[in-house]
Design a protein around this ligand. Structure first.
Ligand SMILES: [Cu+2]
Length: 188
């Protein structure tokens, strides 16, 4: 069978496109680490966030030496915390955000980064981020959630470790820090 040279050229071009598409997806997954959000955050009763152990008092918790959990409630039209007060975190930390919606679908996107998830009622979105340097980031809702959606934004302030402290530090956090200090002493 004879194939016309134009047809051969288009065949080659189409194959090149397919290979190119697969290559960009592979690069995105392996290089910059683009990944889908899993459902590992679990489910939640969005109408009863006030009774939830963590989401009733959302904010930053220290869970390890340089590891933090941040509980954020997304609701029309604020992030709690984030909008009325910034989410303050130390540099050189690994931070896991747990985002829950109190009403409708919201977005949770940290501007200038690839941190981007939806907050779906009934589901906790869990996403782990590493903050290396002190910097201020914007936080925006990128899912239309109602009349004032365009105003739904917040701030994340990553400060030098020396300037960081968790406000309202309770004994639990102090104990954890002591344990970490002991553990480090043992290793050295
Ligand atoms: Cu919105």
């Amino acid at each position: 069978m004879e194939i016309h040279r134009f047809e051969k050229a288009w065949l080659g071009f189409a194959l090149l496109l397919i290979v190119g598409l697969i290559a960009t997806i592979t690069y995105g997954a392996v290089g910059p680490g683009v990944a889908m959000i899993s459902d590992s955050g679990g489910t939640i009763d969005s109408s009863a966030l006030g009774e939830h152990e963590q989401f009733s008092d959302p904010g930053v918790r220290q869970v390890g030496e340089n590891e933090y959990d941040v509980y954020v409630v997304a609701q029309q039209f604020i992030f709690r915390p984030g909008t009325n007060e910034p989410i303050t975190l130390p540099a050189d930390s690994t931070v896991t955000f747990h985002v829950a919606s109190a009403d409708v679908i919201h977005g949770f996107s940290i501007t200038g980064t690839n941190v981007n998830t939806m907050a779906i009622p009934g589901q906790v979105s869990k996403i782990t981020v590493e903050f290396d340097d002190p910097q201020t980031y914007g936080l925006v809702c990128h899912e239309y959630c109602g009349a004032a959606h365009h105003e739904m934004a917040g701030t994340i302030e990553v400060v030098p470790q020396s300037e960081f402290s968790i406000e309202g530090t309770d004994s639990g956090v102090a104990d954890l820090t002591d344990e970490d200090a002991d553990a480090d002493g043992g290793e050295n």
